[in-house]
Design a protein. Structure first.
Length: 254
């Protein structure tokens, strides 16, 4: 049994084939999949497919940092009507300066507001970060009183980064297809991170693992990530599957 802790069946690259993709995932032993929210433009589609597969698909609620611009207040207001729906996390939220810092101030404000929202809803947070580590640490440090549990989605940091965030509370990392890439420094970091702190993910339809790199990703490829982690750590595939699935079940309460 495997759990995909971060995927997007509603994405335009997956949605036309979503039903078959879910079937392929189940055949591959991926029995639960958690969909990360992005913004109000795709939220309706996310919930529709999630509702059609209750008990298999689970939903997060949140505003993705790449969707934060001058209209962020309207996007935050749009979250309100969905709070009554079954939600397993607030995500994917965070900071992303990869394309520039034009809306850095807005991203930081939205991030803080959603951390507070997660605390009020008693939910964990799923974090997206690109080129923004120091601002992330500053905000998380300020918000330690909220007692949040979090996962660093698509983790690509060093062991020092992992140890630093671990000192700030109950944190997990999401590991996906990048760990299978040739010469990826992430492999050595994963070797040092305790398995009890790792959740498997695909981020489908993005970041497909080898040998599908460069193609559309899907949850059915998750066993390739599990197998690579088993090789890195010198343990069995079954142990990776058991521990990481338990981690995801506990983290999301699914």
């Amino acid at each position: 049994m495997l759990i995909d802790s971060h995927t997007h069946f509603y994405d335009e690259l997956l949605l036309p084939d979503a039903e078959d993709a879910i079937g392929r995932a189940l055949e591959a032993g991926v029995v639960k999949m958690v969909q990360a929210d992005v913004d109000n433009h795709e939220r309706e589609a996310m919930w529709a497919i999630g509702k059609a597969h209750e008990g298999v698909l689970f939903q997060m609620l949140g505003l993705y940092p790449g969707s934060v611009d001058q209209g962020w207040r309207e996007e935050m207001d749009a979250l309100e009507k969905w709070k009554g729906h079954p939600v397993v996390a607030v995500g994917e939220i965070g900071l992303d300066y990869h394309e520039g810092k034009q809306f850095a101030a807005e991203q930081k404000e939205v991030f803080r507001l959603q951390l507070e929202m997660a605390a009020k809803m008693d939910l964990p947070v799923n974090i997206h970060l690109r080129d923004a580590w120091e601002d992330f640490f500053s905000i998380i440090s300020d918000c330690r009183h909220l007692g949040l549990r979090g996962c660093l989605h698509c983790f690509s940091g060093s062991i020092e980064i992992f140890e630093r965030v671990s000192r700030m509370g109950d944190w997990m990392v999401g590991i996906g297809g990048v760990v299978t890439f040739k010469n990826a420094s992430l492999a050595e970091t994963v070797r040092q991170i305790p398995l009890e702190r790792i959740m498997l993910e695909t981020d489908a339809p993005y970041l497909a693992p080898v040998p599908h790199r460069g193609q559309r990703n899907e949850s059915a490829y998750l066993p390739l990530v599990a197998q690579k982690i088993a090789e890195i750590k010198g343990i069995s595939f079954e142990q990776v599957a058991e521990v990481t699935s338990h981690n995801s079940e506990q983290f999301y309460n699914i």
